[in-house]
Design a binder for this molecule. Sequence first.
Ligand code: ACM
Length: 761
Amino acid sequence: MRNGLSCRRPRAAVQTAALVLTFALPLAAQGGVIPLPTEIHLGSGWFSVDSAVVIRVPPADRGADAAARHLARLWTRTNGLTLPVRSGGARADTRTIEFRRRSGFTQEAYGINVTRQRITVTAGSSAGMYYGAVSLWQLLPPAAGARQIPVQTIRDAPSYAWRGLMLDSSRHFQSPAFIRAMIDWMSWHKLNVLHWHLTDDQGWRLQIRKYPRLTSVGAWRVEPDGTRYGGYYTQDEVRDIIRFAATRYVQIVPEIDMPGHAQAAIAAYPALSSIDRAPRLPVSSRWGVHSHLFNFEPSTFEFLENVLGEVLQLFPSRFVHIGGDEAVKDEWNASALVQARARKLGIHDAAALQTYFTQRIGRYLGAHHRRSVGWDEILQPGLGHEAIVMSWHGASAARTAAIRGNDAVLAPDPMLYFDHRQSSLPTEPPGRLGVISLQDVYRFEPRDSQLSETQQRHILGLQAELWTEHIQTEHRVEWMALPRAAAVAEVGWSGPQRNWPDFLERLVPMSVRYRAIGLDYADSVFGIQPQLARSAGAVRVTLSNLPELLDAALDITIRYTLDGQEPSPTSARYEAPLSVAVGAEIRAATFVGAEQVSRTWTSHLDAHAGARRTSHELDLCSNNVGLLLEPRGARSAADSPVAVDIMNPCWIYRDVDLGQGREITAAVTALPFNYELGSDAAKIRIGDNRTPAGELEVHIDGCDTASVSLLPLPPAAGAGGLVELPAQTLPPFAGRHDVCLRFARPSLDPLWALGWVEIGT
Ligand code: ACM
């Protein structure tokens, strides 16, 4: 039996108007450029990259020299090649890679011409030289022995000018070294904007010399477990990052969020608050939409302009992001001080107050030759034409902005919100539960057929968001970003000729480069979905790949071992479900040809294998705010994140045989309930517990039936990681039933969640 994925489609040359895609070649011969170049014309023969090859740059051309040296460095990292870079023209008899500057190319555009004797990279700008170098790097397969680049001609230019990622450094902080590394790999994908979210309720991360408390106070919070968390970027560090970004043609757009998402600043300087006679606020350690806004005092605008003044001195970008999102107006409506200012300004409602705020800050930026960017809440009547709208409530704000004549950037939630997990595999790290797969991102279409050509030109491009409430570590930022950022790059650069199966094919060598460089990318698209079931003393193991891989014209196999060895290209090929003895260990991985493309999945098939269902393998009763959360103090892989709707911690185990009285055991975890939900918090069921610390209720066929069993919870205080609850015996129910498991608890905090459940004999 097939695993459903091992079919081989014959390789075909796919042609569009001016395009010959590289998968007319055997995979081993392809470098696989991402994003796909606009035009590739293949010839016949090869250019051999060996130690006799010299890279040549025009004398005194610093941009070309930097691009050439970058190419040499990248080939050293991924191919172990060392090529010299020399200035000046080539001798006729040497094989050369030559960088040339020519007019007639748009900004960022370049051409590559490969013949048997010579490769020429041509561009009009230094950015174009750099992108030519990056593409040439990717034309060589990333293997130590790979030496041949097919004869071909490439002409390439981007579809969109703004191809970005947003990084939230407020909710969790990343080191300057990580930011530089991220800018580096962004540039290899020809991503050119890093929107840097530097301030929020949970931390102010940018040193402002005039206001030292913004970082001495505002950069630090006390986590729910009592630990102090924080960090900030000094101005020297930021300058260093900006200098580095310039060498990678990445523009950094800083975001100073206002008038909401301001709690860290208000904690540092309480006079900024919109609460009259404000209590002292802490820097928040809660997630969600906070209610604290800057007030309208002249001193507050002076503060903001002073802050922006330092931002403008640091950041050369023409664009400065001023947030504008999720500014709940309750405090403004309640504050006598704000209302008095509003009356003086002749403003009668809170929405108009935000418009005033946006316009006033926009004028300040305009006077300093910068353009303001704001989340789509800024799209109100009277918005200045210079302002750029970042469309996050879907794409509709971008359309409205474009029709009104404002520039816009597409950053829609959920499609480009990379805090969503990217598959349903158990290997995904914490994040939002809804799946936004690599293919979902790839299929995002920035072109809006309802806009005229003139209006289309207001859509500057697109970017994906890395919100980090649940992305605590730098490794996980990389996992959530890659390879989805490669899909963003292709959507933004390559335009309508892009092609999913071909992208997947190019992702194989790209993944090898990620590994060579040490990037912690997600292998989800190639990952293995295991299913374990008990049958007569053995474990039935069913393995599959994700459906989105089905489209690929790749020689995909799953290979496995049962002897503790790592799977290899010669390991047994998975063809049909396996019956494996209890006590054995199975390891499996996905291969494309001889290349292992997924990490190895390992399972010790112990007495519980196939009998336990993790929260991932159950259905959630609802998905209001579905999250994948890490147990507090999680240490082992067994404590992998739990899937929970924080509004309703409730799961359904479908189709369980309850014929004889069966024993139920469960492992649960107490999570901090640190969420700002506004009035929605009142919708969460609490106070229905029957034992002091609450219990896990078991219901049959529906969750509103009377519970058939209760598993009492331990006191939350000591409960780190997963806690196994004492087993209970269920009363017998003839036949198969859906079992509903939900928590009754005395208070919102803690939030109890299910790690796994086992219903045994
Ligand atoms: C946003 O997600 N608050 C822009």
